[in-house]
Design a protein around this ligand. Structure first.
Ligand code: RFL
Ligand code: PHB
Length: 389
């Protein structure tokens, strides 16, 4: 098979990129290792920046998001009894959208056939070849048969563990990494949220987050040691702990219910540079990871592919190579700002096993400062709602 752009990975980065290219008449094929149902079964992001919702609108695929998603004007930072409200709308004139990654993915998947975007699921052993040439290709096995897709460009949208980043020679790439000494235990339940906006709480027992997917489906997280297992956290223990960490006011509004999903995710900050080598471009989690505290992962995948689709469109429309050459630097400038914000919010809101009284006093001082300064709140709000492209 021959196409203009072969995309590895049908997560949000790959699907959005495929649609942005098809909207300009560029041929694109996506391959993914797993099935469509498997992709939809992963419970992940919940908060979309304005830049991400704008992309869905640009594609004409924002209808269900606007009908079913929950626009939020603000969120809260809690510390003990104190609740600091960050008025995103008042400070930036924009809102964020609570609409699950599962739903974004479903909307993009459903629209693929009518827009001529081919997605090949169940593609095993995907390998990238000749990425330093103008005629790269991928090979994979599908239903026991070896297949090959030739393309002008390969786009690695295959997440943190995919093969694309590994295809770049070690002598070319540089990685920057910070691993945090805890994970997030998440629970999804069909119960109304305890608050109409998100609450990020710093408690002596550790961090907690009250989030939601709709007015009838809640998503909560707590910070747990890395060696904790799901068996350590039966539902009742988890609900009890959430009530303690979120504070008495939120606790009085928590509705308990059986877990639809429960999982533990490690936290990591990671950046790989450069995001292009030859005819291979990386986007999304394939190139970088942020801890989920700033709700930036999916949104960074979206901003990467906004830049990348623009560069590819200029290449195919205008034979302009400069945007391709500049893609990595342009994307990384935004990536590092989100890395900084996610790292800072993680440091501010979690309890670190090796930190002492000094570190805690610094957290309290920073929260005091945020509570008293419109400038500090504005800085948080403009990062949370998404920096401009
Ligand atoms: P994905 O979603 O991981 O998709 C990659 C796709 O590549 C496929 N793949 C392969 N295909 C072919 N061959 C191979 N060998 C392959 N290996 C992998 C995979 O099957 C998959 O379909 O990466 P993408 O598209 O870059 O999207 C990134 C986002 O998924 C991620 O950043 C977010 O989910 C992060 N994240 C959050 N982001 C936000 O913006 N807001 C949030 O509120 C938010 N909350 C979260 C999160 C991530 C979490 N976890 C579990 C890591 C909360 C959590 C708990
Ligand atoms: C979520 O709802 O899954 C969620 C919300 C905000 C975050 C992280 C995850 O910062």
């Amino acid at each position: 098979m021959k196409t203009q752009v072969a995309i590895i990975g049908a997560g949000p980065a790959g699907l959005l990129l495929g649609h942005l290219l098809r909207a300009e008449g560029i041929e694109a094929v996506i391959v993914d290792r797993v099935s469509a149902d498997y992709v939809l079964g992963r419970i992940r992001a919940g908060v979309l920046e304005r830049t991400t919702t704008d992309l869905m609108d640009r594609l004409g695929l924002g209808e269900r998001m606007h009908a079913e998603g929950l626009p939020h004007d603000g969120f809260n930072l809690a510390d003990g009894e104190r609740l600091i409200h960050i008025d995103i709308a008042g400070l930036t004139g924009k809102q964020v959208m609570v609409y699950g990654q599962t739903e974004v993915t479903r909307d993009l998947m459903d629209a693929a056939p009518e827009r001529g975007l081919q997605i090949i699921y169940g593609a095993e052993n995907v390998a990238l070849h000749d990425i330093e040439s103008d005629a790269p290709y991928i090979t994979f096995t599908k239903d026991g048969t070896e297949q090959r897709i030739d393309a002008r460009f390969l786009c690695g949208c295959d997440g943190f563990h995919g093969p694309s980043r590994q295809a770049i020679p070690a002598s070319i790439g540089q990685t920057f990494e910070k691993v945090y000494p805890f994970g997030w235990l998440g629970i999804l339940a069909d119960v109304p949220p305890c608050n109409h906006e998100l609450i990020y709480a710093n408690h002596a027992h550790g961090f907690a987050l009250a989030s939601m997917r709709s007015m009838t489906r809640s998503r909560y997280y707590i910070q747990v040691p890395l060696d904790d297992r799901l068996e350590d956290w039966p539902d009742d223990r988890l609900w009890d702990e959430l009530a303690v960490r979120l504070g008495p006011n939120a606790a009085s509004h928590i509705t308990r219910g059986p877990a639809l999903e429960k999982s533990i995710a490690p936290l990591r900050s990671f950046v790989f540079e450069p995001m292009r080598h030859g005819s291979l471009m990386l986007a999304g989690d394939a190139a970088h990871i942020v801890p989920p505290t700033g709700a930036k992962g999916l949104n960074l995948a979206a901003s990467d592919v906004a830049y990348l689709s623009d560069a590819l469109i200029r290449y195919f429309r205008l034979a302009d190579n400069d945007a391709i050459a500049g893609y990595s630097d342009k994307a990384l400038a935004r990536v590092w700002k989100s890395e900084r914000f996610s790292w800072q919010l993680t440091m501010l809101m979690h309890r670190f096993p090796d930190s002492g009284a000094f570190d805690r006093r610094v957290q309290v001082a920073e929260l005091d400062y945020i509570a008293s300064s419109v400038a500090a709140q504005t800085s948080i709000a403009e990062n949370y709602v998404g920096l401009p492209l």
